[in-house]
Ligand binder design. Sequence first.
Ligand code: FES
Length: 74
Amino acid sequence: MEQKKPYIIKEQPGTKYYCGCGKSKNMPYCDGSHKGTDFFPRSVVIEEEKTVAICSCNRSATPPFCDGAHKRPE
Ligand code: FES
């Protein structure tokens, strides 16, 4: 099985909307593709410039952030 890794992004301050449905074509950000599903983007306010790790395996206990779950066996 493929082991996914988090998206490592240097974010600027502001409100970010990370995809929570897995359908975005602009991962890890929401592009509106969730319309018609039961999923919604996850909004996060970034107070100051910082590097974040955004989960791409959908197993993190602290979404949208990576918690290392992609390294653990399923
Ligand atoms: S496109 Fe996935 S939550 Fe909006």
